[in-house]
Design a protein. Structure first.
Ligand code: SF4
Length: 385
């Protein structure tokens, strides 16, 4: 393993950054709110995707105060399609705290920032170093990869000991140069040069001192602990449409995609290969019966029960899509009840009809947005599998 205190590497890195950095919208500002927003959006998300979301979000909520004053539903709507919606919820809650506690001024100390929802060590380091030029490391997966190669670290980069080691080396580098530049330089090197598969070492300002390069191990490093396989889930959703539009339900307040809107759905915690058409149709029938529970319908309950009990071909498959989250994979099947064309006049929470030509009031997970746009409205649309 090489000497960890190479400050000349830090200076070379900053010089390289000043010459090669991309012109990104969040690099044209020192506003801590804008930098916080960009760093939150960039987690798990590609730069190209984030740019337009970032600009739209700032247009709609140009300050912490504006964000704090917004309804959560509006914030989620602006986030629609970015995924990892807890980021948006936390940002919103944190903005309200910043207004309540600090009069709308984003705190510039580690302790206060740590108390804000969603602000972990990485975001805290990014905001403090980029916006306030403080020597606080921001270590994410990109930085871990670069430093694991540079230092020749053989242990899995997810391990706390490796994170501590990288944190300490980056802290040393930050103390020797301009923190805002160094933090962004490391991120940029990870994004443009020290990329995951084929690092472009010949373009790298750290090449002379890089352990992985010197020892021909750029393909072996970093070492990663084995990821757990994703859980597969079959999702059975209903297409209940009448003159008012298509029925949507709001997801629960906690957990995956909390409070987003979707087609009424039930989850079968099984891989696709273990499910069959009959099982899925039965699940659709049960969901329909649940939707038409006696307390909120007049007559609807009996109709739904009749559908639910009418055998395995009471529904037509009208849509199918797949969505991969970090730990779970959904295979979504959308079924339309063949014998129901009208639904109860009064709907309880969390159900609401949505017009397909105006889905703006509803923040939708991407997979349901795709389904709602791809399934044609109207009665004669049934496609058998
Ligand atoms: Fe990464 Fe290659 Fe640079 Fe080493 S020399 S830091 S492996 S790009």
């Amino acid at each position: 393993m090489r000497d960890e205190n190479s400050c000349s590497a830090a200076h070379r890195l900053v010089t390289w950054y000043e010459q090669h950095r991309r012109d990104l919208p969040w690099r044209r500002t020192r506003d801590p709110y804008a930098i916080w927003l960009s760093e939150t959006m960039l987690q798990q998300t590609r730069v190209e995707t984030v740019i337009s979301y970032y600009q739209e979000f700032l247009r709609r909520f140009p300050s912490v105060g504006a964000l704090a004053a917004a309804e959560e539903a509006d914030v989620l709507k602006m986030w629609q399609g970015l995924g990892y919606y807890s980021r948006a919820r936390n940002l919103h809650r944190a903005a309200r705290l910043v207004v309540a506690r600090y009069g709308g001024r984003i705190p510039d100390d580690e302790e206060s920032l740590s108390e804000l929802p969603g602000v972990g060590p990485y975001t805290r380091g990014a905001v403090l170093s980029i916006a306030f030029d403080q020597p606080v490391p921001a270590v994410d997966g990109n930085v871990l990869r670069v430093m694991a190669r540079f230092l020749g670290i053989d242990d899995p980069i997810q391990s706390p000991a490796v994170k501590r080691q990288v944190h300490s080396v980056v802290a040393g580098w930050l103390a020797e140069t301009r923190p805002s530049q160094l933090t962004q330089a490391l991120m940029e090197l990870g994004a443009l040069v020290c990329v995951p598969r084929q690092p472009r070492c010949t373009d790298c300002p750290l090449q002379d001192e890089c352990t992985a390069f010197r020892t021909h191990r750029t393909q072996e490093l970093p070492v990663r602990a084995k990821a757990r396989p994703r859980r597969e889930v079959v999702v059975v959703a209903l297409w209940c449409e009448d003159a008012r539009g298509v029925l949507l339900e709001q997801r629960p307040g906690r957990g995956l995609l909390a409070r987003l809107w979707q087609l009424p759905a039930t989850e079968l915690p099984m891989p696709l290969a273990a499910s069959d058409e009959e099982t899925r149709q039965r699940a659709a029938g049960q969901k329909l019966a649940e939707l038409f529970a006696a307390e909120w319908t007049e007559g609807g309950g009996a109709a739904a029960t009749a559908v639910a009990e009418s055998g395995p071909r009471a529904f037509a498959l009208v849509g199918r899509d797949r969505h991969v989250f970090s730990h779970v994979e959904w295979e979504v099947f959308v079924y339309r009840p063949l014998s129901l064309t009208a639904y109860p006049a009064r709907l309880p929470e969390p159900y609401r009809f949505a017009r397909l030509d105006d889905l703006r009031p509803f923040a939708l997970p991407r997979v349901y947005e795709r389904l709602l746009r791809s399934i044609p409205a109207g009665r004669n649309l049934c496609r058998e599998e």
